[in-house]
Design a protein around this ligand. Structure first.
Ligand SMILES: *Cc1c(COP(=O)(O)O)cnc(C)c1O
Length: 357
């Protein structure tokens, strides 16, 4: 491919072209510094300006109150599956809602450090819906963990649990794509490669009263209080990813912020689901009530037809549309950087393929 494609990958995913152009322009020589961002000391004033700017834009986009810390962590979202129990399990037990593979993995990791109660699960039904937790939350839990958007199965929480324990949310696949009230959460964390920027980085939002309770075995890089005291710079942070994330946030502000992009995301998802609901060949796999606006899995019910469509789509520059092996078929991930035109092109390809059947 000598031209840019519409990349429906679940992650790493598309970045906005204006961001890539800006990175390219600034690559050998950033502003008046005489060097690239990759070559700067993370403790230099020029780099501190970059990380502070990224944090300020992120705070503005999500309306993060002063009583929350923002951290830039290593190791993606998965690293924090372990840091959560190590920082929050004071009494030694936590509730988890098992709504997908990543939720399941987060619970499995936490179980190494304390008691995990799976209070609700849709695993037996291949995670086609968000399980009901009403009346099942523990009064004694140190926290309740949820995954707001289930990347593989294409479901999302349509309301948030309200229990006595702080709500901890893996928001990797819908952060900055849908409006959330940060005040409802104790901790929000997200791997960057879906809606924030390059992979490897994890952004965290932590209510400050939850800092300072880490277990003695917690590695210092995963100790949220120590990271907060050191402005996420106990060691060298992922300087380049944070810089690109800052540019993506700047781009998002130009799109009307999260409020603005959520409207576009709703329209993109509606266009695709409307087509799928009326198609005789393709159908969406997630239960209607819980459908994600970020990840749209769908199938024909026939593996050969699925494979033929994936090939057909690729020939039109619509790539990475193969579904996860646990659902099969196709999955269109349509995060913030996927333009409406990309979804229109996908729907046109689906129509053309169906007409030939
Ligand atoms: C992608 C994803 C992860 C894993 O992210 P890494 O950065 O690879 O660790 C975790 N949770 C959810 C919901 C995801 O979509």
């Amino acid at each position: 491919m000598s031209e840019r494609v519409y990349n429906f990958s679940p992650g790493p995913s598309m970045l906005p072209l204006p961001v890539l152009e800006k990175v390219k322009a600034q690559l050998p020589l950033y502003a008046e510094t005489g060097m690239s961002v990759m070559e700067m000391s993370h403790r230099s004033n020029m780099y501190l300006d970059i990380i502070h700017d990224a944090e300020a834009r992120f705070r503005a986009l999500m309306h993060i109150p002063e009583n929350y810390a923002v951290l830039f962590m290593h190791g993606g979202a998965t690293m924090q599956f372990a840091s959560i129990p190590m920082n929050l399990m004071v009494k030694g037990q936590a509730d988890y809602i098992d709504s997908g593979n990543f939720a399941h993995g987060a619970a499995g990791e936490a179980a190494k450090y304390g008691k995990v109660n799976i209070v609700a699960s849709s695993r037996e039904d291949n995670y086609t819906y968000i399980p009901d937790w009403e009346g099942k939350l523990d009064a004694d839990a140190d926290y309740l963990h949820i995954t707001t958007n289930n990347t593989i199965y294409g479901t999302h929480f349509t309301k948030l649990p309200e229990g006595p324990a702080p709500l901890v949310a893996d928001m990797s696949s819908n952060i900055l794509g849908e409006v959330y009230d940060v005040n409802k959460f104790g901790v929000i964390y997200a791997g960057a490669q879906k809606n924030i920027g390059p992979a490897g980085l994890c952004i965290m939002i932590i209510r400050k009263d939850l800092l300072g309770h880490a277990s003695p075995i917690c590695p210092k890089l995963l100790n949220w209080a120590t990271q907060a005291d050191n402005e996420s710079m106990i060691n060298t942070p992922n300087t380049f990813a944070i810089y690109v994330a800052g540019l993506c946030m700047e781009w998002l502000q130009q799109q009307g912020g999260v409020e603005g992009i959520e409207k576009v995301n709703q329209e993109k998802a509606a266009l695709l689901y409307d087509y799928l609901d009326n198609s005789k060949l393709f159908k969406a796999t997630a239960q209607k009530e819980f459908r994600s606006i970020m990840n749209v899995p769908f199938i024909t019910g026939d593996k050969e037809k699925d494979a033929a469509f994936i090939k057909f789509a690729a020939s039109k520059g619509l790539v990475n549309i193969k579904g996860h092996r646990s659902v099969g078929g196709m999955r269109a991930s349509i995060y913030n950087a996927m333009p409406m035109e990309g979804v229109q092109a996908l729907v046109a390809a689906l129509k053309e393929f169906e007409a030939k059947e």
